[in-house]
Write a protein that binds this ligand. Structure first.
Ligand code: UGA
Length: 443
C-alpha cells in the first residue's frame, strides 16, 4: 500500500504527548486530540502539562515546522489522518483490572467519523484481547452508520521510562508491532522509518502477542526489582552488601546489571498497575500467576518497611519530625502515582510523626495526593530547609541534587542524627564519619 502516514494521536497524557511529538520529529504530520479543552489550549500556547526533560525543545521545533497541532476536534483529526493512535489512559479499577472506558470511547469515535481506510494503533497498555474488542466496536459503529470502510487494528506497546521518554522513543531496544497482515506492518515501518533504517529490531507479530509482550516485560522488570529488594533485606540481617551482590550478579550476562537497585519499592503509573492487571487477566483465564502475585505483595511490604526500620532506630515516632527528600516515584518526573514516598509519609504520620518534605518537581502533585495529611506536613524549599530541626532525614527518591549534600551543614541543622538513605546513594562510611546513624537498604 503506497500510503504516506498522517497520524492522529488520541490522548495527550504522558504516552500520547511524547509519542505524538516524537513521531512529528520523524517528519510526519501529527494531530494530537484530547477531550480536555484547557489542556489543548495550553499546548497550542506551548504550555506542557507534564514535566519531561527535553519535551519542550522537541515540541517547539515541531510546532515551528508545522508538523504538530493540538485539537479537541476528533472528527477533523480522523478525517485528515490515516494512522490513528489510541494513547488514552487505562487506570486501574478497584480490583486491579484496567479500566477500558476511554479506549473504547475513542474506538467508537473513530467508527463514528471514519471516512476511508484507516489503521488504528493501540498504544495504551491494554489487556490481551483488546485489539479484537476495538475492531468489533469500530465494525459495529460502521454497520450502524450503514457505511463500509476497511480498516486494520495494530498493537504497538510503548516502553518509555518517565524522565527518559524522549530518548527511549528515539532509541528503543525494539519496536513491537502486532498486526494481522504484512501490508499493515509496512505502513507501521513507515511511521517508524528513522528507526527502521537505523536497524532497530522490529518484532512483527500478532496482536495478542504484542499485547502480552508489554505486560510480560513490565512484570519481569518489577520482579527483578522486588527480587533484589528481598535480597537486600536479607543482606541487612547477615552482614552482606546488596550493591556488591547486585554488581556481581549483573556481570553474569544471563542476569544483566539493570533494574537491580534495591530501594523502598517500585512505584509509578506502570509497574503497580500492570502487575495487578496481569494477575487479573491470568485469573480470568484460570492461569496461576504466582510469581507476579508474590511481587505485588512483597512490594507493598517493602514500602512499609521504611517506617518500621526508622522506628527501630529512632524509637517511638510520636512527636518526632522526619524530613523526606524526594516525593516523585523516581527522579526527573513530577509524577507521584503509587510513589513509595506517599506510603512512607502516611505510615510515619499514622505513627505520630510530623513531616517536612521536599521534591524538586513533584511538590504540587504530592500536595494533592497527600491532602488528607496536610496538617502534619510542612512543604519545604530545598533539602537543607527540609532538614531543619528534624530527628531523621530520609532520602526516598534519588534526585541528583540529593547526591552531594553538605553533610556537615546537615548535621548542624538537624536535631537528631539519623540519616536514612533508602536509595543507597551515599556510603555508610561517609555518613558515619560525620556522626550520623546510617540506615540504608541492604548495605
Ligand atoms: C516503566 C518501564 O521501565 C518502561 O519500560 C515502561 O514503558 C513503562 O514503565 C510503562 O509501562 O509505561 P517507569 O514506570 O517510567 O517505566 O519507570 P522505571 O524507571 O521503570 O521505574 C519504575 C519504578 O521502579 C520506580 O519507582 C523506580 O524507583 C523503581 N526501580 C527501578 C527500583 O526501585 N530499582 C531499580 O533498579 C529500577
Amino acid at each position: 500500500m503506497n500510503m504516506i502516514p498522517k497520524v492522529a494521536m488520541f490522548g495527550t497524557g504522558y504516552v500520547g504527548l511524547v509519542s505524538g511529538v516524537c513521531i512529528a520529529d520523524f517528519g510526519i504530520n501529527v494531530i494530537c486530540v484530547d477531550v480536555d479543552k484547557e489542556k489543548i489550549d495550553g499546548l497550542n500556547n506551548g504550555k506542557i502539562p507534564i514535566y519531561e526533560p527535553g519535551l519542550d525543545v522537541f515540541l517547539e521545533r515541531n510546532i515551528k515546522a508545522g508538523r504538530i497541532q493540538f485539537t479537541t476536534d476528533a472528527k477533523m483529526a480522523i478525517e485528515e489522518s490515516n494512522v490513528l493512535f489510541i494513547a488514552v489512559g487505562t487506570p486501574p479499577k478497584e480490583n486491579g483490572e484496567a479500566d477500558m472506558q476511554y479506549v473504547y470511547a475513542v474506538a467508537e469515535t473513530i467508527g463514528q467519523y471514519m471516512n476511508g481506510y484507516k489503521v488504528i494503533v493501540d498504544k495504551s497498555t491494554v489487556p490481551v484481547g483488546t485489539g479484537q474488542v476495538v475492531k468489533k466496536i469500530i465494525a459495529d459503529k460502521l454497520k450502524e452508520r450503514g457505511v463500509e470502510y476497511s480498516f486494520d487494528v495494530v498493537s504497538n506497546p510503548e516502553f518509555l521510562r518517565e524522565g527518559k521518554a524522549l530518548y527511549d522513543f528515539t532509541h528503543p531496544d525494539r519496536v513491537v508491532i502486532g498486526v494481522e497482515s504484512e501490508e499493515v506492518a509496512e505502513i507501521m515501518k513507515k511511521v517508524y522509518r528513522p528507526l527502521y533504517i537505523n536497524e532497530t529490531p522490529f518484532v512483527i507479530t500478532n496482536i495478542e502477542t504484542a499485547e502480552m509482550i508489554k505486560y510480560a516485560s513490565n512484570a519481569f522488570l518489577a520482579t527483578k526489582i522486588t527480587f533484589i529488594n528481598e535480597i537486600a533485606n536479607l543482606c541487612e540481617k547477615v552482614g552482606a552488601n546488596v550493591q556488591q551482590v547486585a554488581m556481581a550478579m549483573g556481570r553474569d550476562g544471563r542476569i544483566g546489571p539493570k533494574f537491580l537497585h534495591a530501594g523502598p519499592g517500585f512505584g509509578g503509573s506502570c509497574f503497580p498497575k500492570d502487575t495487578k492487571a496481569l494477575v487479573q487477566i491470568a485469573e480470568k483465564h484460570g492461569v496461576q500467576m504466582s510469581v507476579v502475585n508474590a511481587v505485588i505483595e512483597a512490594n507493598e511490604r517493602q514500602k512499609k518497611m521504611v517506617a518500621e526500620k526508622l522506628e527501630k532506630f529512632a524509637g517511638d515516632l510520636k512527636g518526632k519530625t522526619i524530613g523526606i527528600l524526594g516525593l516523585a516515584f523516581k527522579p526527573e518526573t513530577d509524577d507521584v502515582r503509587e510513589a513509595p514516598a506517599l506510603t512512607i509519609i502516611a505510615d510515619l504520620i499514622e505513627r505520630g510523626a510530623s513531616i517536612r518534605a521536599y521534591d524538586p518537581q513533584a511538590m504540587e502533585e504530592a500536595k494533592k495526593a497527600l491532602r488528607k495529611y496536610a496538617d502534619n506536613i510542612t512543604y519545604c524549599k530545598h533539602a537543607y530547609d527540609t532538614a531543619e530541626s528534624v530527628d531523621a532525614l530520609v532520602i526516598v527518591t534519588e534526585w541528583h541534587e540529593f547526591r552531594n549534600m553538605d553533610l556537615t551543614l546537615l548535621k548542624k541543622i538537624m536535631r537528631g542524627n539519623i540519616f536514612y538513605d533508602a536509595r543507597n546513594i551515599y556510603s555508610r562510611k561517609d555518613i558515619e564519619e560525620k556522626g550520623f546513624v546510617f540506615i540504608g537498604t541492604g548495605v
